[in-house]
Design a protein around this ligand. Structure first.
Ligand SMILES: C[S@@+](CC[C@H](N)C(=O)[O-])C[C@H]1O[C@@H](n2cnc3c(N)ncnc32)[C@H](O)[C@@H]1O
Length: 210
């Protein structure tokens, strides 16, 4: 994470950079990804899910670790990602998941239809101007008592730089702003914590729709 840099990108231009970038680097991203680094957070999320849960993974990427774990637990696992390159990997890694190609900000699910929504390392790539609307969508899609686990940024993070050889974009508010947004949306916070893995620290929030 570098100091804040004003990219001047419009939200959709920002999204295009992210989508095109992940189409190209999908394979390389997973060569470098430690699949076990957030098992504590993922297990805490799973503990709050009912048997036969229906769960959505936002920015599911190649489907590992999250969708694979959800399928192995016997849940109905849905994954959405706007990168076709990432979804090709997900099809191979988790053939039993329901995969949707699309931008989460332009996609809708039925209200009160999901027991859990999880998003790992994806919201950091969604332009911050969309975040209040994103948390509201998540809230509406969850059933009452449903849970959301998200990883967000620790600090104010806005930059475009080379990532595995392609241009990549991040645009995210600092931790306290994400927490405030989630509380303002109506969620009850179950935990919020900074988690350091390797050289990076991210801010994780597990929250419940009352
Ligand atoms: C860093 S990868 C994380 C993938 C996976 N969740 C993981 O933990 O390894 C971020 C993913 O979010 C996806 N993504 C970013 N913005 C998105 C959006 N607006 N709609 C859908 N997917 C998005 C990217 O295409 C990419 O696959």
């Amino acid at each position: 994470m570098s100091p804040k840099q004003d990219t001047g990108l419009e939200p959709d231009e920002h999204g295009d950079i992210v989508r095109k970038g992940y189409n190209i680097i999908a394979g390389k991203y997973y060569q470098d990804r430690d699949l076990f680094e957030n098992m504590k957070e993922i297990n805490d999320f799973i503990e709050h899910l009912p048997d036969n849960a229906v769960v959505l993974d936002i920015g599911c990427g190649g489907g590992v670790p999250v969708l694979k774990i959800l399928v192995e637990k016997g849940y109905t696992a849905k994954g959405i990602d706007f990168s076709t390159g990432m979804l090709e990997l997900a099809k191979k890694n988790v053939p039993d998941a329901e995969l949707i190609q699309g931008d989460i900000m332009k996609t809708d699910f039925e209200a009160d239809s999901l027991d859990g929504i999880i998003s790992t390392y994806a919201i950091i790539h969604i332009h911050r101007s969309y975040h209040p609307a994103l948390y509201l969508k998540i809230y509406n899609w969850l059933k009452s008592g449903g849970v959301m686990l998200v990883s967000t940024a620790k600090t104010d993070w806005e930059e475009v730089h080379d990532y595995f050889g392609v241009e990549m974009a991040w645009n995210h508010p600092p931790a306290h702003e994400s927490l405030q947004m989630i509380v303002n949306t109506g969620f009850e916070i179950l935990f919020e914590r900074l988690v350091t893995t390797g050289e990076e620290t991210h801010y994780w929030i597990l929250a419940k729709k009352p």
